[in-house]
Design a protein around this ligand. Structure first.
Ligand code: HEC
Length: 214
């Protein structure tokens, strides 16, 4: 059969529009979740989180503060969908997951001077905001840890709550997560569709002449 392209043109356009509505919506899957629970209602250990968005690093070296709670670095990641949501809306969506990896101090000497550089990772924990599954947790934020006594990480964790919640629920600004301590998260809050790191400005920037005077 010969297709009359001239006559079929509107139909082609229509089909294209419909295909796009379907595919574009699929690609923009707003509800995509980056965590799963097993049949015992335990959070399965998050995987691939180093491919997510890097939310920030705290460092509390013991040599600086013997009483510091977490030695020595804390690398924090957030799932990309929730980062995007936070950047566009300025609050965390239900379905957010953060992962915290604790890291020991490695080298203290480097070509740029003496300091603190990251050694080996030894602890993995997570927090999620899920007010449907955890309606009684403040803001729906619940906590999970994967450390064990046998040197391997657990495959899943029940909700830990308790001391995690009592410290975390004090997190400033009422966001649940310690957002105020993470530069990438602070910069992104309600930023919109672009990306703050692409701006030509930096809050902490000092002019070259001033830098030389320092
Ligand atoms: C004494 C306070 C305190 C306790 C107790 C605590 N945390 Fe945290 N947590 C922090 C602080 C401060 C941060 C900010 C990042 C850092 O460590 O540098 C943080 C960050 C995190 C993060 C990264 C996302 C966020 O919320 O900012 C996760 C995940 C996390 N903690 C899990 C846990 C789990 C699981 C427990 C309980 C087993 C726990 N924490 C207990 C203070 C605490």
């Amino acid at each position: 059969m010969k297709i009359n392209y001239k006559k079929s043109f509107p139909a082609f356009i229509m089909a294209g529009v419909l295909a796009c509505i379907y595919a574009c919506n699929k690609g923009d899957a707003k509800e995509k979740s980056y965590y799963t629970f097993n049949e015992k209602n335990e959070l399965v250990r998050p995987k691939d989180y180093r491919t997510w968005v890097f939310a920030g690093t705290g460092t509390t070296p013991k040599s600086h503060d013997r009483a510091a709670l977490f030695p020595d670095f804390q690398n924090i990641y957030i799932d990309p969908e929730s980062y995007r949501f936070w950047k566009e809306n300025g609050y965390y969506r239900d379905g957010t997951i953060f992962v915290k990896e604790l890291i020991r101090k490695g080298d203290t000497i480097s070509p740029i001077g003496k300091g603190f550089f990251q050694g080996d990772a030894y602890s993995v924990s997570a927090t999620i905001k899920d007010s449907i599954r955890f309606p009684d947790a403040p803001g729906g934020w619940q906590y999970f840890e994967y450390d064990t006594d046998n040197g391997l990480l657990a495959e899943a964790s029940p909700a830990v709550g308790g001391s995690c919640i009592s410290c975390h629920s004090k997190a400033a600004a009422g966001y649940g997560a310690f957002t105020e301590l993470y530069l990438p998260m602070r910069d992104a809050k309600g930023f919109g569709k672009g990306n703050p790191e692409n701006l030509n400005t930096r809050k902490g920037i000092i002019s070259k002449t001033k830098k030389e005077q320092k």
